[in-house]
Design a protein around this ligand. Structure first.
Ligand SMILES: [Zn+2]
Length: 339
């Protein structure tokens, strides 16, 4: 027994005990680390699973409905979804926000935003219904009236579009160009009219609104009718002139039409002709035929550029003749620039 006590008191025994304790602590720490990391991994996976469930549209809506989120916050959230093109989510949130509106101003704001999102998402009929609901409460809402005319125009409900324009006129909004444009579309789509009726109406409308000259030119070209080329501004049909027969070009006294003809024939271009047409004419003279032109269309209002022609800008919905730019390209790339 005495020997044992003596051995306990031995300094080497103490050192051994010390290292044993250090080892046990280190082992426990290591084991605890593994346990914790497993637990965290499990917890994160559970967390992600919750969001996977939330990603479902109904669950998402349920969550927003359950929490007491203010209509202002819902408005901001919906607006950011709408900006990033997530229209379905934006619509869902605007609908929830509409249930929580506190006053008429908020109702006006959310109804207008909801109508806009439906319109952007391509749900034209729903957008029209929302704007009509808004106009019941706020009949002088100019922006809603303007978008409603665009919707009816796209739905080919021209009589309704003209009625809405009458309301805008009563509110001192200038809609003369829009009215003439819708009348041009109306006559083109009216199966009761003869081609001669259509041509004459388009001609009269072109005299009032130059933008319709392009519609008249396209109609005449399609139906093989003769047209006074000087009635239509060559700048607004530059791309169509490039695709036209030489006989159309020869009938125009406008410089741009002459320049297009020169570029096609390799003859001298008139002064002030676009550089691209001048180059094409020079190349043609050298029998180089591997070059051509493509076109781009820029909205003069919002400056956005599109590869196809438009009467009404697809971005800002302004009705204006786009600026048509020429692009000198290799013939093999022609299909990318011709729509
Ligand atoms: Zn625009």
């Amino acid at each position: 027994m005495d020997t044992l006590f003596l051995e306990y008191r031995d300094p080497i025994f103490g050192v051994i005990i010390f290292f044993a304790i250090v080892f046990i602590i280190a082992f426990l720490n290591y084991w605890w680390g593994i346990f914790k990391s497993k637990e965290e991994r499990h917890s994160i996976s559970q967390f992600i699973k919750r969001f996977e469930v939330m990603a479902d549209a109904d669950e998402y809506k349920k969550l927003l409905e359950e929490f007491n989120i203010s209509s202002e916050s819902l408005g901001l959230l919906a607006y950011s979804y709408s900006k990033s093109g997530e229209y379905e989510k934006a619509i869902g949130i605007y609908l929830i926000a509409l249930k929580r509106v506190k006053n008429k101003e908020e109702k006006q704001y959310f109804l207008f935003q909801l109508g806009k999102v439906y319109f952007k998402a391509g749900f034209l009929r729903r957008a029209a219904d929302v704007f009509l609901e808004l106009l019941k409460l706020f009949p002088r809402h100019k922006e809603a009236l303007k978008l409603l005319t665009v919707i009816y125009e796209q739905l080919k409900e021209y009589t309704k579009a003209l009625e809405v324009m009458d309301s805008l006129e009563e509110l001192d909004v200038e809609v003369e160009s829009e009215k003439n444009f819708v009348k041009a579309l109306q006559v083109l789509n009216d199966s009761q009219k003869t081609n001669q009726n259509r041509y004459e109406t388009l001609l009269q409308l072109t005299k009032k609104e130059p933008l319709i000259g392009r519609i008249l030119f396209e109609f005449a070209k399609k139906e093989g009718l003769d047209i006074d080329m000087d009635l239509v501004d060559a700048k607004s049909i530059l791309d169509l002139l490039w695709q036209s027969d030489i006989r159309f070009l020869k009938n125009s006294s406008q410089m741009l039409a002459k320049a297009v003809l020169a570029a096609k024939e390799g003859s001298s271009v008139p002064q002030g002709a676009p550089f691209e047409l001048e180059v094409l004419s020079a190349l043609k003279k050298q029998d180089y035929t591997n070059a051509t032109v493509g076109f781009e269309y820029a909205c003069t209002c919002c400056k956005n550029v599109f590869p196809v022609h438009f009467y009404r800008c697809p971005s800002c919905y302004t009705l204006k003749t786009p600026h048509i730019s020429l692009l000198l390209i290799k013939k093999e790339n022609e299909e990318h620039y011709t729509f």
